[in-house]
Design a binder for this molecule. Structure first.
Ligand code: GLY
Length: 374
């Protein structure tokens, strides 16, 4: 019977990630930083230097707590703060971090800790992947987006000129510490941005999870601790199921880019004034529109996807941009050219596929449909 069936997940058990051909690591869902030091020790992080990398916003909120949790015999602690914001996700800041590590004599057994959102995690991971040809790093994501998405799976990198995530490396963390209580301090836009990725996980992989999110909208918006924890854990399990099989994005992992082709283009053309998750949601609405026009999903499901994202505080239209400019930026992104564009489309609610045949006209039609005409 359904109610007697054992749940495939638990909100308090550690989650092991075993990416094919890559180092394994453990994710700890938690409500505080209390046992962080103990768990690091269990993962073999002791008798070494540790540099906590954070940004100028998160520094004020959590740096002291994390430094206190890491103050243990044998650990020499330093910290490094990056100015907050995507504009600083570049090689200049990485260079400053390398200088800090050299000045503090970090060697190959030493460890970086990324404390913050996706930008901090990606940059710290990239520095860890490249410093001395690779040192260990720990993810302590403090935003919804980084907890459900960017801290898992080993993608690291920086932007280069106006190209997003153009320079990077796959480098798996040694451990991920998910203190879900940090979600309570997130502003509305950052929270909504993470919800874009949460809904994406349901749309591409698990219709029941998507419906669960809609059914628990009130509790999610009130940020009820147990509901948030369940949501974060279920999202991570979806992401894990994909990145374990295809850690280097040779195939299936591309499904996680649902909404990202148009989303990245809008993010870039808007000069990063909209958050990543907001832009991804615009891309999700556009890709769902194409999925509907191709009769993969019925009209009412398209409108449900669109309208439910509004309820979670996400935008469903853009202004100030020409659809043709977005199309051009989509094709330039990571050098895609040609008459068709590779996009992730929905086969049905809860199932996505990679499509190489999406025509320019289909994309322009979708982009026109989400343009604000107010
Ligand atoms: N954020 C997409 C991925 O990790 O592949």
């Amino acid at each position: 019977m359904a109610e007697n069936r054992k749940k495939a997940w638990s909100v308090s058990e550690p989650i092991d990630v075993k990416p094919r051909g890559q180092a394994s690591y453990r994710i700890y869902p938690a409500d505080s930083f209390d046992d962080l030091g103990l768990r690091l020790k269990e993962q073999g992080i002791e008798s070494c230097r540790v540099c906590v990398v954070t940004d100028s916003n998160v520094e004020k909120l959590y740096l002291q707590d994390v430094m206190n949790a890491l103050r243990m015999p044998g650990i020499t602690l330093t910290s490094f703060t990056i100015p907050a914001g995507e504009a600083h996700k570049n090689l200049d800041e990485i260079r400053k971090l390398y200088v800090h590590l050299i000045e503090h004599e970090f060697d190959r057994k030493d460890v970086l800790v990324a404390l913050g959102g996706g930008v901090t995690g990606d940059m710290t991971g990239f520095a860890a992947a490249t410093y001395l040809r690779g040192i260990r790093f720990v993810q302590i994501p403090t935003t919804l987006l980084s907890q459900v998405d960017s801290s898992i799976g080993g993608k690291t990198g920086v932007d280069f000129d106006s190209y997003k995530n153009m320079v990077g490396a796959f480098h798996q963390p040694s451990m991920v510490w998910l203190n879900v209580s940090t979600l309570r301090t997130l502003d509305e836009i950052q929270f909504a941005s993470g919800m874009g990725e949460v809904l994406k996980h349901g749309l591409i992989r698990d219709a029941a999870y998507y419906e669960w999110c809609l059914d628990h909208m009130g509790e999610i918006e009130e940020r009820q601790a147990e509901v948030l924890k369940e949501m974060v854990v279920r999202s991570i399990l979806i992401k894990r199921s994909i990145v374990q099989k295809d850690p280097l994005e040779k195939g299936e992992r591309a499904l996680l880019n649902f909404g990202h082709t148009a989303g990245h283009a809008i993010e870039k053309l808007k000069d990063f004034q909209l958050s990543h998750g907001e832009c991804v949601n615009l891309g999700i609405v556009a890709a769902s529109y194409i999925s509907w026009k191709r009769k993969n999903i019925p009209e009412e499901i398209f409108y449900e996807i669109r309208d439910m994202s509004v309820a979670f505080g996400l935008p469903i239209s853009y202004d100030g941009l020409e659809p043709s400019d977005i199309l051009e930026a989509m094709k330039k992104d990571k050098k895609r050219i040609g008459e068709t564009t590779r996009m992730i489309l929905l086969k049905r609610l809860g199932s996505a596929y990679i499509d190489e045949t999406v025509s320019n006209e289909e994309i322009l039609d979708a982009l026109r449909s989400i343009r604000y005409e107010g």
